[in-house]
Design a protein around this ligand. Structure first.
Ligand code: SAH
Ligand code: SF4
Length: 347
């Protein structure tokens, strides 16, 4: 929903100011999926809004639900026919989280990521980013899913720091009490490591969580896996993180996808320990180890056992580390599996 459009439509329809608050309440707090459900609005206002300021800028094409019911993946169609994917996750019985996209595809091209294989098709508008959250709130209401959706992670398709202005505006909308009302501490942004934006982000959004997709603590290996490392190598990232931690004493999450015999050996763990320790105090650095989700790439996943021994090296050295649970693998909705392939989705 684009509130500027709603405001313009209401004024063109000569509606009084309080109508805006009624629309806002219905759409954001009550998750109304259609103006027809907003009984407080007179009929002609509803019809006018329907044509001039639609509630959602995207349309549901399909939703797939994992066998355990804890991951739901939606394919949403944008105005120009392109498709974006977004995921709703239930990591614990009371919490719902959504993983949203900021681009169709991605230009960074990490070698293990399905989105990276697509290349960049286009950036999303602010409305298209926030409408993914609105879509899930409507979906939860329609499907009678209990609990509230008030955690958002920017870990879907795309690189958030490549579209910084859209990211910033969408974050403000999500945190706005009169719109989504989501607390900054319940939002996380994940980046492949665009160093200057990391520092800017710390200044602009000190309460929002930051995750850095590291994947290797060795420049040659990281450049191979995450090509943007060529422009912003490990030393530049370390400097950016240190400056970030001066702006905000919030924990930084380092994401590390474990790829068999590529970055999952004991010496890789030892390098990661040294790198993590050089970034800041141990209580502010947390490593998230991610078991690789199969994609159409030559990479292979580390075994669970290997992940545990890798984690042990970190823990023994005093570096906080967890192995992330992977929800939604069976619907290709886990980390890095978001991709719209004609072949698999049959469009
Ligand atoms: N573009 C951003 C955010 C989206 S990806 C970024 O790269 O940080 C979210 C996380 O999933 C990143 O850490 C990413 O590296 C990881 N990821 C990508 N492909 C994956 C895969 N196939 N298996 C597991 N994690 C993957
Ligand atoms: Fe882009 Fe992130 Fe995938 Fe890399 S891991 S290609 S940055 S979406």
């Amino acid at each position: 929903m684009d509130l500027d459009k709603v405001e313009a439509a209401l004024s063109a329809l000569n509606a009084p100011r309080y109508r805006l608050d009624q629309v806002r309440r219905a759409v954001f707090s009550e998750a109304a999926a259609s103006y027809d459900d907003v009984a407080v609005l007179p009929r002609e206002l509803r019809d006018g809004l329907k044509s001039q300021a639609p509630i959602l800028s995207l349309k549901e094409r399909r939703v797939e639900v994992s066998s355990d019911g804890r991951a739901h993946k939606a394919l949403l169609e944008l105005g120009d026919g392109k498709i974006v994917e977004t995921v709703l996750l239930r990591p614990s019985p009371v919490r719902w989280t959504t993983c949203i996209s900021c681009q169709v595809g991605c230009a960074v091209g990490c070698t293990f990521c399905a989105t990276g294989l697509m290349g960049l098709q286009r950036n999303l508008s602010v409305e298209e980013v926030t409408d993914q959250v609105l879509f899930w709130r409507q979906y939860m209401k329609r499907e009678s899913l209990e609990g509230r959706l008030d955690n958002v992670v920017y870990m879907g398709m795309g690189e958030p720091f490549a579209v910084y202005d859209t990211l910033a505006q969408s974050l403000r909308a999500l945190m706005d009490q009169k719109q989504f009302g989501i607390g900054a501490r319940h939002i996380s942004v994940s980046t492949s490591g665009i160093a200057p934006q990391i520092e800017r982000f710390g200044r602009d959004f000190p309460q929002v969580n930051l995750a850095l997709s590291l994947h290797a603590a060795d420049d040659a290996l990281r450049t191979r896996l995450v090509p943007v490392n060529k422009a912003y190598p490990l030393a530049a990232l370390a400097k950016a993180i240190k400056n970030y931690l001066c702006e905000t004493p919030r924990k930084v999450f380092l994401e590390y996808v474990l790829l068999r015999e590529e970055n999952d050996r004991p010496e890789d763990a030892a390098r990661l320990v040294a790198y993590a320790k050089g970034l800041g105090p141990r209580e502010l650095i947390h490593v998230n180890l991610i078991i690789f989700n199969e994609t159409d790439t030559p990479h292979r996943a580390s075994s669970e056992e290997n992940a545990r021994s890798f984690q042990k090296v970190l823990l023994d050295a005093g570096v906080h580390a967890t192995v992330r649970q992977n929800l939604g693998r069976d619907i290709q909705g886990a980390c890095g599996q978001l991709v719209v392939l004609e072949r698999t989705h049959g469009q």
